[in-house]
Design a protein around this ligand. Structure first.
Ligand code: HAM
Length: 430
C-alpha cells in the first residue's frame, strides 16, 4: 500500500460542516465593513521580503523567527505574508491612491503565514480579517475603527471581549521612554532570556512582548509609557478615550500593551476574549496607528490606522456557542420505485432552479434506506415520488419535525414549501 501523505503541520483543512461558520464570519464582515465605507482589497500571498523587514521590523519575532522566506528561481528573496497591513500599504503606494482620494478605507481577508509554535488558536497558516483607514490622523478615525470591531463582534454574537488600549507615543516622545526602559532593563539584564538580552541592545520595546515568563515579569514592573507622552500624543490619547465614550465603547487602558510589530505610533489596541476555548491565544484581534510606515516604505506622508482579527479564533468562539450554521435542505426527494428515479432526478433539478435546497439520493436503493438518509439530512420536508404521484401529478410533503403531511401539486412544490412557516430544525439522526 502507498504511504499516506498528510497536510503540513499547523495548516488546517476546512471541510463542509465547519466552513459554514467561516462563511458566516466572512459575510458578516463584508456587510458590516461595507456599512462603514471599507472596500475590499486583495493582495498576493507572496511579497518581497524587504517589505516586511522594513515595516513589521527585523527585530520582531514575526520577521526574525516566523516568516516563511525563500528564494525564487530568479534569486529574489520572497516571503509568504505574515500579516496584511504591509502588503496593503505597498499596494496603496504602488497605485498612488493618495493622489486620487484623501481618505481611503480598505479591508481584506485571507490566509497569513507564521512559523509559530502551534497550539489551540495558533496555527502556521491562519486567517485574518483586517481593515485599514488611510489619510486621517485624528483620534476620531481610531475610534471609528474600534467601532467597526465592536459592531462586528456584536453582529457575530460575541460579547465577552474586552478592548485594551494604549499609546506608544511618537518620534518626539518615545526616545525618552526608550532611554528609561533601557536603563531599567539593563538593571535587570540577568533576569532576561538570551534573546531579550540582544533585543535590549537593538529594539528594547520588543522585550515587552517576549513570551518568556521571566521577561514578562520584568516588563510588568517597568516604566509606564503613558507617563512619557508629549503633549500632542497625550491630547490624542485623551481625545480618543473621550470619543470612545461618545460611542459608548467600553475599554481598559493597559500601559503594558506594546503589540508585536514595530510600525506603530500612538494608539495601539487589542480585543481580548475570556473564553477557555482559546487557552492562551485569547487575543482575537489587534491593531493601531502607523503614521510613519508609508513614508518608511518610500510612499507619501500619509497617516494610517488599522486592525486585524484572527478568524480562526473567532470561529473557535462561535463553535463553542453551539449554534448551527449549516443551512439544512428544504426538501429531500425519495423515490418509491426504480422507475421513478429519472423523474426524481428531474424534479430535484427543477426545484433547485426554482431556488430550493434539495437533497436527492443518487444511489436510489430501498425506500427505507432513502428515508434514513432523509432523516440524517435534517431536511424540513420529504417528498416520496412513485408511480402514483407521477400519474396524478399530486404528492405529499412530510414535515420531518412531525405533523400532518401537506398535499402538494408537483408543479407547485417550491411555492408550497416556501409558504410553510419555519419550524425548529429537526435534530439530524446521528
Ligand atoms: P497581529 O496582532 O499580529 O496584528 O495579528 C492580528 C490577529 O491575528 C491576532 O490578534 C490573532 O487573533 C490573529 N493571529 C495572529 N497570529 C496567529 C496565529 N499564528 N494563529 C492564529 N491566529 C493568529 C497584525 O497582524 C497587524 N497587521 C494588525 C494591524 C492592522 N495593525 C494595523 N493594521
Amino acid at each position: 500500500m502507498s504511504q499516506k501523505i498528510n497536510g503540513v503541520k499547523g495548516m488546517n483543512d476546512l471541510l463542509p460542516g465547519e466552513i459554514e461558520v467561516w462563511q458566516f464570519v466572512e459575510s458578516t464582515a463584508r456587510t458590516l465593513f461595507g456599512r462603514f465605507g471599507y472596500g475590499e482589497v486583495r493582495t498576493p500571498m507572496v511579497e518581497d521580503t524587504a517589505l516586511f523587514v522594513r515595516s513589521v521590523g527585523e527585530e520582531t519575532d514575526i520577521v526574525g523567527k516566523e516568516m516563511y522566506t525563500f528564494e525564487d528561481k530568479g534569486g529574489r528573496s520572497l516571503s509568504l505574508r505574515p500579516e496584511g497591513t504591509a502588503p496593503a500599504a505597498r499596494a496603496y503606494i504602488e497605485h498612488s491612491v493618495s493622489n486620487q482620494e484623501p481618505v481611503s478605507r480598505w479591508f481584506y481577508m485571507g490566509p497569513m503565514f507564521r512559523y509559530e509554535r502551534m497550539k489551540t488558536g495558533r496555527y502556521r497558516q491562519f486567517y485574518q480579517i483586517g481593515a485599514e483607514a488611510y489619510g486621517a490622523k485624528e483620534p476620531a478615525q481610531d475610534a471609528e475603527l474600534m467601532d467597526v470591531v465592536v459592531q462586528f463582534l456584536e453582529a457575530l454574537g460575541l460579547t465577552d471581549v474586552t478592548l485594551n488600549i494604549n499609546s506608544l507615543g511618537d518620534d518626539n516622545c518615545r526616545p525618552a521612554y526608550h532611554a528609561k526602559l533601557v536603563e531599567y532593563l539593563n538593571a535587570h539584564r540577568e533576569e532576561l532570556c538570551a534573546d531579550c538580552q540582544q533585543r535590549l541592545e537593538r529594539n528594547p520595546l520588543r522585550v515587552l512582548d517576549c513570551k518568556n515568563e521571566k521577561c514578562q515579569a520584568v516588563a510588568a514592573a517597568g516604566p509606564n509609557v503613558l507617563e512619557f507622552l508629549c503633549e500632542p500624543c497625550r491630547a490624542h490619547f485623551t481625545d480618543l478615550q473621550r470619543k470612545l465614550g461618545v460611542l459608548g465603547i467600553k475599554y481598559v487602558v493597559n500601559h503594558r500593551l506594546v503589540r508585536g510589530l514595530d510600525y506603530y505610533t500612538r494608539t495601539v489596541f487589542e480585543f481580548i476574549a475570556s473564553h477557555p476555548a482559546l487557552g492562551t491565544a485569547s487575543t482575537v484581534g489587534g491593531g493601531g496607528r502607523y503614521d510613519k510606515m508609508m513614508k518608511g516604505l518610500g510612499g507619501p506622508d500619509v497617516p494610517a490606522v488599522g486592525f486585524a482579527m484572527g478568524l480562526d479564533r473567532l470561529v473557535l468562539l462561535l463553535k463553542e456557542g453551539g449554534k448551527t450554521f449549516t443551512p439544512r435542505p428544504d426538501l429531500f426527494i425519495a423515490v418509491a420505485d426504480e422507475g421513478s428515479q429519472d423523474a426524481g432526478l428531474a424534479l430535484a433539478s427543477r426545484l433547485r432552479r426554482e431556488g430550493l435546497k434539495v437533497d436527492f439520493d443518487t444511489r436510489g436503493g430501498s425506500l427505507k434506506s432513502q428515508m434514513k438518509r432523509a432523516d440524517k439530512s435534517g431536511a424540513r420536508f420529504t417528498l416520496v415520488l412513485g408511480e402514483q404521484e407521477r400519474q396524478s401529478g399530486q404528492a405529499k410533503l412530510k414535515p420531518m419535525a412531525g405533523g400532518e403531511p401537506i398535499p402538494v401539486a408537483l408543479d407547485s412544490v417550491a411555492a408550497t414549501v416556501r409558504a410553510q412557516p419555519e419550524a425548529p430544525a429537526a435534530a439530524p439522526a446521528s
